[in-house]
Ligand binder design. Structure first.
Ligand code: PLP
Length: 394
């Protein structure tokens, strides 16, 4: 790493631990390190701080404390929810999900599809909006669970999960939402909807990595995923990750306080970034532009260039973001989300996701706006597609 100052626009990947969160956590590593289950007051004190964290998180969600189960991450929350439903209704063998879920849900559903379940995946249109008619037509008495994300991690597109909950509740079907990207960015009030289970993850809202939570509505049939001790009222065994739980509680409190800034100042910065880049750079567009979206996410396609190459040049200027391809497989396949939206291959490959947070400034956005046109121009001069004039056809 050189010492170029970092402009961090990758907050959907992970966020900085807020200084106030870190400060609250630190004493729980080596000063107040007792086990909250212990009989002595040294441990009991930690137990009280966990109760406070649970209250703070419940308050962010409009939930009651007993509806919150702390887990290790968003992925564990998603697995817990889906397994809870299929174990609670063993006779039901049908699952509904969408084509654009995070691997935490998608890969579990793919696994279940190979292991005795019929999985229906609902598609999206070119803006990323869910095909609601198809979803509702496929609800059956055999459906054990519908699992749909609240907001998409790549495009920020928001699904109408509260509206969908009316239909699933009327049909007596469990609805789980992966709200890992939504919590802390848009208002959520579980008192005014009928969603049964909701997953969240600390590291997406300025708490540490390795802590998550699952909301389970009172009265929802439940079966634990991690079977062990009596922690979390027997719903999730394992000694509590005390410092991180306390950190998540503080992060929830901060998120509630900063919600309006996220939806005004951060949204304006995101909109400025989109507006300026699409005006200054030819053959460039915003994925999901016409759909309801998170205030912090811009998924921008730069046609006829490679996302990974763009990221490398951005990195030279200290700008951190993500691409729309999955290079982990070595195949540079465009993301399943962009493919499901029908984004052309040449645009999906050149998609960059910029995800902001309340810690970003307008000066940082201006630096990105200044550098991006040159980066894209430089790469396009090397692109055989661009040079051959294929761009003219798009
Ligand atoms: N669901 C969504 C929508 C996500 O964006 C992520 C993380 O990127 C996860 C689930 C997984 O969360 P975790 O990293 O806490 O397991």
């Amino acid at each position: 790493m050189n010492d170029t100052p970092v402009i961090y626009l990758d907050n959907n990947a992970t966020t900085m631990v807020a200084p106030e969160v870190l400060e609250e956590m630190l004493p729980y590593f080596n000063r107040w390190y007792g086990n909250p289950s212990s009989m002595h007051s040294f441990g009991g004190m930690v137990g009280r701080r966990i109760r406070e964290a649970r209250e703070r998180l419940a308050s962010l969600l409009g939930a009651s404390e007993e509806e919150i189960i702390f887990t290790s991450c968003g992925t564990e929350s998603d697995s817990t929810a889906i397994y809870a439903a299929i174990r609670s209704y063993p006779e039901k063998k049908h699952i509904i999900t969408s084509r654009v879920e995070h691997p935490a849900v998608k890969n579990l559903c793919d696994y279940l599809a190979k292991n005795g379940y019929r999985v229906t995946t609902v598609g999206v249109d070119k803006s990323g909006n869910l095909d609601l008619d198809f979803l509702y037509d496929n609800l059956t008495p055999d459906t054990a669970i519908v699992s749909l994300m609240w907001a998409n991690n790549e495009t920020g597109v928001i699904f109408p999960v509260e509206e969908i909950a009316e239909k699933t509740a009327a049909a007596g079907i469990v609805l789980h939402t992966d709200a890992v990207q939504a919590v802390g960015k848009i208002p959520i009030d579980m008192q005014t909807n009928r969603i049964d289970m909701l997953s969240l993850s600390g590291h997406k809202l300025h708490a540490p990595k390795g802590i998550g939570a699952l909301y389970v509505r009172k009265g929802t049939k439940f079966s634990p995923f991690l079977i062990g001790g009596h922690q979390e009222k027997g719903r999730r065994g394992g000694t509590e990750n005390t410092a991180s739980i306390i950190g998540l509680g503080k992060a929830a409190e901060l998120a509630a306080a900063k919600m309006s800034e996220e939806n005004t100042r951060v949204r304006e910065l995101r909109d400025k970034l989109e507006r300026e880049l699409t005006q200054r750079i030819p053959n460039c567009f915003v994925n999901g532009k016409d759909a309801p979206r998170l205030p912090n996410t811009a998924s921008i396609a730069f046609e006829f260039v490679e996302g990974e190459a763009i990221l490398l040049l951005m990195n030279e200027h200290g700008i951190c973001a993500s691409s729309g391809s999955a290079c982990t497989s070595g195949s540079l396949e465009p993301s399943h989300v962009l493919r499901a939206m029908g984004v052309p291959f040449t645009a999906a490959h050149g998609t960059i996701r910029y995800s902001l947070s309340v810690y970003n400034t307008e000066a940082e956005i201006d630096v990105v706006i200044e550098h991006m046109p040159g980066i894209i121009e430089r790469l396009r001069q090397l692109s055989p597609f661009w040079k051959s004039g294929a761009c003219m056809a798009s």
